[in-house]
Design a protein around this ligand. Structure first.
Ligand SMILES: Nc1ncnc2c1ncn2[C@@H]1O[C@H](COP(=O)(O)OP(=O)(O)O)[C@@H](O)[C@H]1O
Ligand SMILES: [Mg+2]
Length: 254
């Protein structure tokens, strides 16, 4: 298989990143079973719940880093296996998709060499999948925590509030500056929880990237989430499904 497509979902907290990531992973897992990787980059780890998958909370990139740091001979510690394979050991397997947990943010201290190794391992790992979806890729507040080096698509999620759109603008500015060695091929804005109110057009334009899609306020989705039910069971008539499907189509077409 060629280089896997990488999509990262970012935006202010509470704007709907995990919901969107989960719906996309669910749709992709049906379409391309076994070829989809979900990466949970948020330390709060929502995806195991929203995707309804049992995980071992100790199997995270952070835990792996901790177990490697301090070894003089890291290669020996890993039994001379490439980092991509070592990471594969901590990947969780769901119904048609795999899930990688990043875990808690790095503790202070220089783990540079290990981090470089891990990042390289992840950049390699995503090539084993047709598509990878990262939930909670670093926003400006934690840009050092970039998960993947090359992103095909960065989706910046915002609700209709001025503050959320302002955060989106900041993220876009940093993401497209090509700093920190991150390259983003395409970025788009996703407007979420759109009600009858008009989005503030001037603010939306200020974000600086095209709107890829809008997702309406969806009471069924909200109820499922409140009750802690897996979004994979969301009924097909839920209004968010068609909206996310359409966003996914445009991401796949890029
Ligand atoms: N389109 C929507 N309709 C209804 N509720 C939504 C919608 N999008 C998100 N929510 C609700 O907003 C809250 C935050 O969503 P979440 O995906 O966890 O945000 P994030 O991952 O960005 O922090 C959840 O309770 C979720 O149910
Ligand atoms: Mg989240």
């Amino acid at each position: 298989m060629g280089k896997g497509k990488t999509v990262a979902i970012t935006g202010k907290g509470g704007t709907g990143k995990s919901i969107i990531a989960s719906l996309m992973v669910t749709m992709l897992a049906k379409r391309y079973p076994g070829e989809v990787l979900a990466i949970d980059a948020d330390s709060a780890m929502s995806l195991p719940y929203t995707l309804g998958i049992q995980v071992d909370p100790k199997k995270t990139i952070t835990a792996m880093r901790r177990s490697i740091v301090g070894y003089n001979d890291v290669k020996k510690k890993m039994n001379d296996r490439p980092m991509r394979e070592v990471i594969r050991d901590i990947v969780h397997h769901g119904d048609g998709f795999d899930l990688l947990l990043m875990g808690r943010p790095e503790e202070p201290g220089c783990y540079c060499a290990v981090n470089d190794l891990l990042r390289h391992g992840m950049d390699m790992l995503v090539q084993d999948y047709r598509i990878s979806i990262v939930d909670g890729e670093a926003g400006p507040e934690q840009i050092n925590r970039r998960v993947l080096k090359d992103l095909d698509t960065l989706l910046v999620v915002s609700d209709m509030s001025a503050r959320s759109l302002e955060t989106a603008r900041g993220i876009v500015k940093i993401a497209l500056a090509n700093e920190n060695g991150i390259s983003v091929r395409k970025a788009g804005l996703v407007l979420n929880r759109v009600k009858n109110d008009q989005p503030l057009q001037a603010l939306v334009e200020k974000v600086g990237v095209p709107v890829v899609g809008s997702i309406p306020e969806d009471p069924i989705l909200n109820q499922y989430d409140r009750e802690g039910r897996s979004l994979r069971e969301l009924p097909a008539e839920a209004v968010s499904i068609a909206a996310v499907e359409s966003i996914l189509q445009s991401v796949l077409a890029d």
